[in-house]
Design a protein around this ligand. Sequence first.
Ligand code: SF4
Length: 336
Amino acid sequence: MTDTSQDTASLLEVDKLSVNYGLKGASLCALDSVSFNLQAGEAVALVGESGSGKTTTALAIAGLLSPNASVSNGEVRYRGKRLPIDDDTAMRPHRWSETSVVFQGAMNALNPVHRIIKQIAEPCMLKLGLSRGEATKRAIELLERVGIPADRGTAYPHELSGGMRQRVMIAMALACRPSIIIGDEPTTALDVITQAQILKLLGELRSQLNLALILITHDLSVVAEACDRVMIMYAGRIVEDGTVAEIFAKPKHPYTRLLIDSIPNPASGKRIIRPIPGDPPNLMNRPSGCAFHSRCPSAMAVCANEVPSLDRFGRERVACHLHRSLTQDDKVAANV
Ligand code: SF4
């Protein structure tokens, strides 16, 4: 096991996971030795630009990788047992019962020709073995739990607002009593008020049901609102991992700093958006050394040649030569 977290009692362990996609005869490394642990009831955000590997991480954990993806190294363990994440049939008993996913854009994920009550009841019959009557009763309970009145259960998806549809997706995700919910940009398509309501709902469900949450987002304000811990991903690797409080107060990795700098904060008078210079790297042709070196304002000669390891600093982990090559006194002097 790599240096991921404290103990063997973790709910989920992602251990040196690497995933490649086959594209027109070439291979693209989307995840490169990603390791982390998740505890029961913990909320962790995966943050990064498009192509950073956050969605591939989530799909791999749920055993939902596309047919052209392959797990080239590592494994995922749930309550200490290895999950067959690269075998769709073998993953079926685990999916939705242990880990379920709330995707963005509920309109695409819901079946437009079935009433929502039926869509929630079906997994209860299939996975929990409930009769139709029992499953309908559970579906009504779940609807009410996510704030939808029971009489709206007969509606079709197009008859509900975007926020209500996302609540239905959350009810479906809860149907088989999972311990982990993965939210893949679950609030992206919603207005800010509905977004706040959905985040509040997820927080309430988390504490009521001791659910662990993996939230995939590019929006740091969502992270601050909903999560305990944040992992910053870049080019298929975790580059920084720490508590939300630590990372927002004192980010160590230059990419994290630029990400935080790129969001306006009217409360502190910071209204200007500073975009991160350059583009994410082409993963078909991964740069040598630190994948961020061509965009990094702190890059040194070593950065173009050596891949920085993800080292632990107290409760945090950081992959950056700045934090490996300096002594503790240097770091204090340089404020890194
Ligand atoms: Fe910048 Fe070098 Fe650190 Fe990469 S390893 S983030 S290039 S300082």
